[in-house]
Design a protein around this ligand. Structure first.
Ligand SMILES: NC(=O)c1ccc[n+]([C@@H]2O[C@H](COP(=O)([O-])OP(=O)(O)OC[C@H]3O[C@@H](n4cnc5c(N)ncnc54)[C@H](OP(=O)(O)O)[C@@H]3O)[C@@H](O)[C@H]2O)c1
Length: 330
């Protein structure tokens, strides 16, 4: 197929935890079908250079600059859309950015697939207890806005990516086990040690997006959840500690204690948001909402059909732990 006949997939957030593996997976596995335009604010950073070397068209654009984003989206057959709450840790800014992406996507004449990386609305689960998980609330507002564009909504697939394994390294002070004065790593969380919640390697986002794109119209209007592990938290901690030959303990703390610890590191409204986010994890698979509407990328919950190829091995926590470089926190 000639380069121009290949369908153009725009990957937003292409240097990030979800966007980078998405762009790479498409380039490495589906270059016969798709060409990839990778969008970043910084075309010189290593991730951008890596994508360019793999054959991506790397373009500069900023969600806060409408003209740059409109240029970046021109000619799209498909868009992988993601906004990053944590970039400025602002609900209002993330919602404004997401709305702009929706608006510009709705104006694309040849768009056939809009894959929106979102999150469940925690205000509707957890008995209404968690009203302040700002990154989740922002995704809900962006989703509501998306449904004001019926044509765009009709070609949308949402993906819910579970809690990343990478979070211990990406946000160590918030999610990771921290070394105490005795050299023991303590994972302090406002839920019991036996808690099981869905988690995954963010790197596996790529196969999910590729599978949705290859399926054409099949997943229009669906939510696809990427979740790989459902192991107990203390077991995951023990596996990590055994692999590294270190001592680690799980410590359940109250929500108030957790929030106080977070408040030492961030403004109060964010401390509330991350504490509620952690408490919400207690609800395990239910955090993904009504399972009738959610298709699992693989068989979790087991009753759902998988959408990714059966030959693809999603990364287990054990494999991730063995492959990761932990030197930054250990
Ligand atoms: N952590 C989790 O477990 C988890 C799970 C599910 C969903 N999420 C959600 O995932 C989102 C973050 O995605 P991620 O983990 O892939 O983040 P990430 O690794 O921090 O990467 C963020 C990406 O967004 C791009 N970006 C940020 N602000 C931008 C702007 N103003 N204009 C253009 N590009 C911009 C960055 O591009 P540059 O190259 O320009 O920096 C980068 O590629 C959050 O909203 C979070 O709520 C997280």
């Amino acid at each position: 197929m000639s380069a121009t006949a290949k369908k153009l997939v725009i990957v937003l957030g292409a240097t990030g935890a979800q966007g980078l593996p998405t762009a790479k997976y498409l380039l490495q596995n589906s270059s016969g079908l798709f060409r990839v335009r990778a969008v970043t604010r910084d075309r010189n950073k290593p991730a951008s250079q890596e994508l360019a070397a793999l054959g991506a068209e790397v373009v500069g654009a900023d969600y806060d600059n409408e003209a740059s984003l409109a240029d970046a989206l021109t000619g799209a057959h498909a868009v992988f859309a993601i906004t990053n709450f944590w970039d400025k840790a602002s609900y209002d800014l993330e919602v404004a950015q997401g709305k702009l992406v929706n608006k510009l996507a709705s104006q694309l004449p040849n768009l056939k697939s809009y894959i929106f990386s979102s999150l469940p609305d925690a205000r509707k689960s957890g008995n209404g207890k968690f009203q302040n998980i700002l990154p989740y609330n922002a995704k809900a507002a962006i989703r509501d806005d998306l449904y004001t564009y019926p044509a765009l909504a009709s070609i949308t697939t949402e993906i819910f990516v579970a809690f990343y394994y990478q979070n211990w390294l990406k946000y160590p002070a918030v999610f990771g086990p921290l070394k105490d004065e005795n050299g023991t790593f303590v994972l302090s969380m406002p839920y019991p040690r036996s808690t099981r919640f869905p988690s995954t390697s963010a790197d596996d986002t790529g196969v999910v997006v590729d599978s949705i794109l290859r399926a054409g119209t099949k997943y229009y209007g669906k939510i696809v959840a990427l979740a790989t592990e459902l192991s107990q938290q203390d077991d995951m901690l023990a596996l990590w500690a055994n692999h590294l030959g270190i001592k680690a303990v799980f410590k359940q703390v109250s929500a108030q204690e957790h929030q106080k610890r977070m408040s030492a590191r961030m403004p109060d409204h964010l401390a509330v948001a991350v504490t509620e986010l952690c408490e919400n994890l207690c609800y395990g698979e239910k955090t993904f909402g009504d399972s009738k509407n959610v298709i699992s990328a693989r068989d979790m919950p087991a009753k759902h059909k998988q959408i990714i190829p059966s030959s693809y091995k999603l990364k287990s926590w054990e494999d991730y732990v063995k492959e990761e470089d932990w030197s930054e926190i250990v």
